[in-house]
Design a protein around this ligand. Structure first.
Ligand SMILES: [Fe+2]
Ligand SMILES: [Fe+2]
Length: 182
């Protein structure tokens, strides 16, 4: 299993504290569509894509799952929730987690642009966006391979797998273990 510990510049010494800090600040955590259980399922989908996506940074995928929808104000039109999630990540960086400047820019880009429908040739950003889009089943939308960035996500098998993801619950503890953080 890919481990966050091998991430180039990432340090998440206390994942429980980090998640608690995000939950404390989050405006959208209780939403059944974009709230905490969605963040956990994005992390779980990211875990499935990481081993098949060379060069993707597991720590950034975990951080994207945690931050990208953390600052949503509603479940409909909220075009600036990505940038607000990125701003929270910048604010908490250096406390509950630490990543280098380049990694911070990449995480911010992934959060800022995740709602714009684009695809990315960067493996980390691709895994982040695909992990989010594979979870579109929760709102009755079958993920369209044309809007998926990675080979790992585009397979028909993976897209169907993601449908069943919606029935599962992923506890943070289990996700920390699978990402290799604590
Ligand atoms: Fe979002
Ligand atoms: Fe999302």
């Amino acid at each position: 299993m890919t481990s966050v510990g091998s991430g180039r510049h990432a340090s998440i010494p206390d994942a429980e504290r980090l998640v608690a800090a995000v939950l404390e600040r989050s405006t959208g955590k209780h939403s059944s569509i974009h709230g905490e259980s969605h963040w956990q399922r994005v992390a779980a989908a990211g875990l499935a894509l990481l081993p098949e996506t060379l060069g993707a940074d597991p720590a950034l995928v975990f951080l994207f799952a945690l931050f990208h929808d953390s600052m949503r104000l509603n479940d409909s039109h909220d075009p600036l929730h990505g940038p607000r999630g990125a701003a929270l990540a910048r604010e908490l960086r250096g406390g509950a987690f630490d990543i280098g400047d380049t990694a911070t820019e990449l995480l911010a880009l992934a959060c800022d642009e995740h709602t714009n429908g684009g695809v990315s040739s960067d493996p980390t950003v691709g895994v982040c966006w695909d992990a989010d889009r594979l979870n579109l089943w929760r709102v009755g939308i079958r993920p369209d391979p044309r809007f998926l960035s990675t080979e790992a996500a585009r397979s028909g098998e993976r897209i169907l797998w993601a449908r069943d993801l919606q029935r599962e619950h992923f506890a943070w503890e289990k996700l920390y273990r699978r990402f290799g953080i604590r």
